[in-house]
Design a protein around this ligand. Structure first.
Ligand SMILES: Nc1ncnc2c1ncn2[C@@H]1O[C@H](COP(=O)(O)OP(=O)(O)OP(=O)(O)O)[C@@H](O)[C@H]1O
Ligand SMILES: [Mg+2]
Length: 326
């Protein structure tokens, strides 16, 4: 980490903002901490971003983050991007890392490395957020080895961080330090068997978090999202794509919610990420129409279908046929 980066972090200036003004453009009288300027660690703003209902919880958390936050929900529903986009509005610096089974403490705290021939200590994302004030975002926290995760307990309780590798430096948590985690499961192991690698976490560790469930955005929000991301796609196609995504999610969640004649459960789901990809590929494959290929079906296989079993793929194509000829 260069001296310039450290200087930039040392110069961070927190300010009080009006929460209503920041998030909805209307003054609310509710104060929230943000930063005066954007910097290298402020997430890029995504102008197409649509804030879902769960943003409410996260905004309330940002206003008064008494506990660390644990966001969970299905893949591609927008957990990571929600935190990044809210932080971006506040110019908040975000120090991010993604969990995996071999992730260890030094990956979060830092380690020595050689810089210009000298050994210098490189702070990791957790240490940076605690030292300079910022949001530590730990993605896929349920992939962590539960013992490593439980090693975070004291930090989650608000205690200082001891960095034995850096001569036992003690980092007191900055008042603007925030800790948010995302995961596909609520930490109590995966019931579907589809989120391979997730582990049941230690209950004392989980007890320290404020929980927030994020679901796929409502159809209205997804229609808006497609309109912003792919205005060239006709409205009727966009609406059908969103309806299709909704049906696939029901089939994924289980039979009772699914439409009457398609009661089988399928093992793939339709994330917002996949929806955006499907729309994008459908536009890109338009030229294939001249060869008698249907871009919507062709793009569907490439966006999702090829990941499904043959049986589920047939179900997907029957569904597309039904929705798009209605
Ligand atoms: N509300 C939204 N508005 C705009 N884009 C969105 C929205 N929700 C999700 N996306 C887009 O969908 C993609 C997936 O979102 P994101 O990475 O936040 O999902 P996630 O829930 O963290 O998924 P995973 O569990 O797989 O990590 C991103 O490209 C993101 O920009
Ligand atoms: Mg994520």
């Amino acid at each position: 980490m260069s001296n310039n980066t450290i200087k930039e972090l040392e110069a961070l200036k927190a300010i009080e903002m009006d929460a209503g003004e920041v998030f909805s453009g209307k003054e609310s009288g509710r104060k929230i901490i943000g930063y005066e300027k954007r910097g290298s660690f402020t997430p890029e703003e995504d102008r197409n971003y649509i804030f879902h209902d769960s943003s409410r919880d996260v905004v309330v958390w940002f206003i008064n983050p008494s506990d660390p936050l644990y966001l969970f929900g299905p893949t591609g529903c927008g957990k990571t991007s929600l935190i990044r986009q809210l932080a971006s509005k506040l110019n908040y610096p975000v120090f991010e890392i993604t969990g995996h089974s071999r992730l260890e403490f030094p990956d979060m705290i830092g380690h020595f490395s050689v810089e210009n021939g000298n050994m210098t200590f490189q702070y990791g994302p957790l240490a940076l957020a605690m030292k300079f004030g910022g949001l530590f975002l730990l993605n896929e926290i349920d992939l962590l080895d539960p013992a490593t995760a439980a090693g975070l307990n004291t930090v989650l309780d608000g205690a200082p961080l001891c960095v034995p590798e850096n001569n036992g430096e003690l980092i007191n948590p900055h008042p603007n330090f925030r800790f948010a985690a995302t995961a596909n499961t609520n930490g109590a192991s995966d019931e579907t068997g589809l989120y391979q690698g997730t582990l049941r976490q230690n209950i004392a560790f989980l007890d320290r978090f404020w929980l927030c469930e994020v679901m796929y955005p409502e159809a209205k929000a997804e229609n808006q999202l497609l309109e912003r991301a792919h205005p060239d796609l006709p409205v009727s196609i966009r609406e059908k794509m969103v309806a299709f995504a909704g049906e696939v999610r029901k089939l994924f969640m289980g039979g009772e919610n699914a439409s009457a004649n398609l009661s089988d459960r399928i093992e793939v789901t339709f994330s917002t990420r996949t929806l955006l990809r499907w729309a994008d590929l459908t536009l890109r494959f338009q030229p294939l129409m001249s060869q008698g290929i249907k871009p919507i079906n062709y793009a569907l296989d490439r966006a999702l279908g090829y990941r499904a079993t043959r049986e589920s793929r047939t179900v997907l194509h029957e569904l597309v046929q039904r929705i798009f000829t209605e």
